[in-house]
Design a protein around this ligand. Structure first.
Ligand SMILES: Cc1ncc(COP(=O)(O)O)c(C=O)c1O
Length: 384
């Protein structure tokens, strides 16, 4: 089947966070991480069938979805999980907050490798829990863990290690060797790992597989909470569904302590979308990945061709992490916005001189945005 990722879709008036902020202005918004693509036909058909049915009452997570997730983990990662290990959530973000509050006591400490998606930090700040940021380092053009810095950030009360794999905003797919060393570090210091793997399907480099850290070995699985969701892969985050995979019953009970206190179930449309996407969305996903890979190549080519902009290769996610420090402007995001492109400020992730660009949009828009950015970068030439 042919899928159309090229025809621009007007999202005005749909309450889209990314588009509403700049409504009515000549600004191409490439900030919040959703895409401008319609969800797969299989998902749209499943939504439509439920709308036709017309009743949207309280809903229990379908067994069929648990089965689909178990089969998916086995097929993609040879990871044998039990249906009972799955805890459904309305989103991955609530899972990060649950982890900070319930997997770590008030007097315990959290390790947060940064830059990182802002809700990891929000989670430890709001819980609140003592934490340390451990900056990733560039090694061979990839953002990886600074293993020595992780060791030195440890405290006697360190309990939780936050992991974002694939990494947002760095775009890294961590290798088996890197994850094995990280898991051994967690084992040595008896840390619980909370691994956000929402970008697991958004692999831009063919031949570099995603590995859930919990799938490495049973002893790693027993100390890990893995957070996943079809929200981002199939672009229906507004429908709200995610899940945690937690083997250890004690961790699972602790993590679920808030259930129905402040946290609602996933939405019925989340369950419907997830089931349809996992059962029948693979062709669409393959086509989307091909499209996104070509977009990624365009972004990297523009950056390579523009003095004063630098980026590491994006192995995964549809997000480009661009170092704009050489522009010599105080606020790179404001600079690009003044030239008609809205990006996410690096400060949001812990690195102010950077900007993050979402290339999950129609190519014609992306090309225009990249031209504007190039002009913005050239115009900032400190030498004239
Ligand atoms: C690493 C990461 N985790 C979680 C989320 C959001 O998850 P959800 O919409 O399921 O709460 C995002 C969205 O950008 C993300 O990049």
């Amino acid at each position: 089947m042919e899928f159309d990722f090229d025809t621009p879709i007007d999202r005005a008036g749909t309450w889209a966070s990314r588009w509403e902020r700049y409504a009515g202005r000549d600004v191409i918004p490439l900030w919040v991480a959703d895409t401008d693509f319609r969800a797969p036909p299989a998902v749209l058909e499943a939504f439509a069938a439920r709308v036709t049915h017309g009743v949207f009452g309280y809903s229990a997570p379908p067994d069929a979805l648990r089965t689909a997730i178990v089969e998916r983990m086995q097929r993609l990662y040879r990871w044998a999980i039990e249906p009972s290990w799955i805890v459904f959530l309305p989103g991955v973000v609530p899972g990060l907050h649950l982890a900070a509050r319930y997997l770590c006591a008030p007097d315990e400490h959290v390790l947060v490798p940064t830059p990182i998606y802002q809700h990891f930090k929000r989670a430890v700040q709001l819980a609140p829990r003592e934490h340390d940021d451990i900056p990733l380092i560039l090694d061979g053009g990839r953002w990886v863990f600074d293993e020595a810095a992780l060791e030195s950030a440890l405290r006697p009360n360190s309990k939780l290690l936050f992991l974002c794999n694939p990494q947002n905003p760095g775009g890294t797919i961590f290798t088996r060797a890197e994850l094995t060393r990280l898991a051994a570090f967690a084992e040595r210091h008896d840390l619980v790992i909370c691994s956000d793997e929402i970008h697991a399907d958004l692999l831009m480099d063919e031949g570099k597989p995603h590995l859930p850290i919990a799938s490495l070995a049973p002893e790693v699985s027993r100390r890990t909470v893995t957070l996943m969701s079809p929200n981002k892969t199939f672009n229906f985050p507004g429908a709200g569904v995610a899940f945690a995979i937690i083997e250890d019953p004690k961790l699972r009970v602790a993590f679920s302590a808030d259930h129905h206190a402040t946290l609602h179930d996933a939405s019925v449309f989340g369950y419907i979308g997830a089931l349809a996407a996992y059962r029948d969305g693979q062709d669409w996903l393959d086509a989307q990945l091909a499209y996104l890979r070509a977009n990624r190549d365009l972004v990297e080519a523009m950056v390579a061709d523009t003095p004063r902009l630098v980026m590491a290769h994006t192995e995964a996610t549809y997000l480009a992490w661009i170092d704009a420090s050489a522009l010599g402007v105080e606020d790179p995001c404001a600079h690009f916005l003044a030239h008609g492109v809205a990006l996410s400020p690096g400060a949001q992730f812990g690195s102010p001189p950077f900007v993050r660009l979402n290339f999950g949009t129609q190519r014609v828009r992306l090309v225009e945005a990249l031209e504007r950015m190039r002009r913005a970068a050239m115009g900032s030439d400190p030498c004239g």
